[in-house]
Design a protein around this ligand. Structure first.
Ligand SMILES: [Zn+2]
Length: 252
């Protein structure tokens, strides 16, 4: 594995593996328990939007993860919802104003403060109680911590025959080619094998650039904010392992 880029929200790395393994990890992201609003009781809603639309919007707001929470299926309350498995949030606002995600107050906080929920005009009121719980992305996408995607890493080879016409440098939409004493590449992980440089070279009457899959897979992990990108990767692998263990048990 080779780390290319790492922030809290995003990790890019290359790894020597195959597509089926990469895809198994990608799909396991939806098996990580994530907190999201699942039930809302509306007391007042004078806004132009129906309760259902507002509920849907609120459900999709990423919430900071409460580590001590148990999942509702494993909770002794047997799915009724208690303070071990659910978090209560309140929202009360009066127009004229735009209601943002930061107005959700209670046991959890929105990851991003400035996500617009609804616009209230003068005198309009919104009052609700919401319950958030842990769930998995396979159940509903609001329980997703982020996304993993992958593709083949390109191998860019430039022939000695090159006459430095720079047509390929201009043609590359990712701007990863540049001219020095010869044509060089920078950040070649960005290359998505579009072949624009190869075609530009052909038009010039030459065939000096060769782009082929390198056999390595590039992983991109992007977090929606509930947990860090690194955790998404680790927990995806954890849940993949757990599922495989379960499969082994069932087979026995
Ligand atoms: Zn409970």
């Amino acid at each position: 594995m080779n780390l290319i880029k790492k922030t809290k929200e995003k990790i890019v790395f290359s790894a020597e593996t195959n597509e089926s393994m990469a895809n198994a990890i990608r799909r396991s992201v939806n098996e990580i328990p994530i907190l999201a609003i699942d039930e809302i009781e509306f007391h007042k809603n004078d806004s132009a939007l129906y309760d259902e639309i507002l509920a849907h919007r609120l459900g999709l707001i990423p919430l900071k993860m409460e580590k001590s929470l148990t999942s509702i299926e494993k909770c002794p309350c047997k799915g009724k919802g208690c303070n071990k498995c659910t978090i209560q949030l309140k929202l009360a606002a009066k127009g004229a104003c735009t209601v943002y995600s930061k107005s959700l107050k209670g046991g959890a906080e929105a990851v991003y403060d400035k996500m617009p929920v609804v616009l209230l005009t003068e005198g309009q009121e919104l009052e609700l109680v919401a319950r958030a719980r842990l769930g998995k992305g396979i159940e509903h996408v609001k329980f997703s911590p982020g996304i993993i995607y992958y593709r083949n890493k390109a191998k860019i080879e430039i022939d000695k025959d090159c006459d430095l016409c720079e047509d390929c440098v201009k043609a590359c939409p990712a701007k990863i080619l540049s001219k020095d004493k010869k044509i060089t590449t920078k950040d070649d992980y960005i290359c998505d094998l579009c072949d624009a440089c190869v075609e530009a070279c052909k038009k010039h009457g030459k065939e000096c650039i060769k782009i082929s899959p390198s056999g390595e897979i590039l992983f991109f992990i992007e977090s929606f904010g509930q947990i860090d990108a690194k955790e998404i990767f680790e927990e995806a692998i954890d849940s993949l392992n757990k599922n495989l263990e379960q499969l082994n048990k069932e087979l026995k």
